[in-house]
Design a protein around this ligand. Structure first.
Ligand code: CU
Length: 279
């Protein structure tokens, strides 16, 4: 039996891994901070500009090819070195670029303005983990990938699907209060890394010997995930970032808990140093 083209196309489509694709969004992740709101807006605006240019340019081109085809006896027009046309086709792209560059520059300037923060967190990148120091609250911890090693490289574990946030989960999340301007002081201790959380609109190099600043403000409570954005060695893909935005009250509770944990760890260290046998 001969298969029609439609049947073949139908079979091909049904064999596509549609379920696997269902987890992926087509667009960039939804914004959750003032800067990522702006980035998302620019992305959409420029996408529409590109689409309009595409339609106009290809529209004119296909119309011209069709309406002025050789078989109809069309003769090419001669307008070489026409100053008016050259000015027009220089001016129009210039205006379009200006229209896109102006708001983009405003966003870049806003992104770099880390002045007057409500609190500051120093971020130090290591191969392959992050260290966070809350300069105002005295909290300090390392944050390491928490996906179990035996899950890495496999999509299934003991018959069960791998956990939802595979490779995007840490043992200690960066907890911040919602609606507060958080300044990040970002550096690295070995090679160049990048602190990248797209939904909060931050992507900043961490460079050994330099401190770079950036900032974000979470619009609402939530968990925002990112990763190191610079190829920093063999486990570059295993240094995720998880930011948890909480209400001011919940944040205060978290700070208290962290301080209690730190105090307990410090006193344990002191006892161990004084009496090695007690270790
Ligand atoms: Cu890195």
């Amino acid at each position: 039996m001969k298969k029609t083209l439609r049947q073949i196309a139908g079979t091909a489509l049904s064999s596509l891994p549609i379920l696997a694709l269902a987890n992926y969004d087509v667009n960039i992740p939804a914004p959750h901070s003032p800067i990522s709101d702006q980035i998302y807006g620019l992305h959409m605006e420029i996408l529409w500009v590109c689409l309009a240019i595409f339609v106009v340019v290809f529209g004119v081109m296909f119309y011209s090819v069709f309406a002025h085809r050789k078989s109809k006896g069309a003769v090419a027009a001669h307008f070489h070195e026409n100053t008016t046309i050259e000015i027009i086709w220089t001016l129009i792209p210039f205006l379009i670029l200006g229209f896109m560059a102006w708001p983009a520059t405003q966003t870049v300037l806003a992104m770099k303005d880390a002045s007057n923060p409500d609190m500051t967190i120093k971020v130090t990148a290591y191969q392959w983990m992050w260290q966070y120091e809350y300069l105002n609250d005295g909290v300090k911890f390392y944050s390491v990938l928490s996906t179990p090693r035996d899950q890495i490289g496999s999509t299934e574990q003991h018959g069960k699907p791998t956990n939802e946030h595979y490779l995007l989960e840490t043992d200690n999340n960066v907890v911040v209060p919602v609606g507060k301007k958080i300044r990040l002081l970002i550096t690295a201790n070995d090679v160049i890394h990048g602190w990248y959380v797209p939904q909060l609109g931050v992507n900043q190099y961490g460079i050994p010997g330099f401190i770079k600043d950036s900032w974000f403000k979470a619009n609402e409570p939530g968990v925002f995930r990112g990763q190191c954005s610079q190829i920093c060695g063999k486990e570059h893909g295993y240094m995720p970032i998880v930011v948890e935005a909480k209400s001011a009250e919940d944040y205060a509770v978290w700070v208290k808990e962290q301080k209690a944990k730190q105090a307990a760890a410090e006193s344990h260290d002191k006892v161990s140093l004084a009496d090695p046998v007690a270790r």
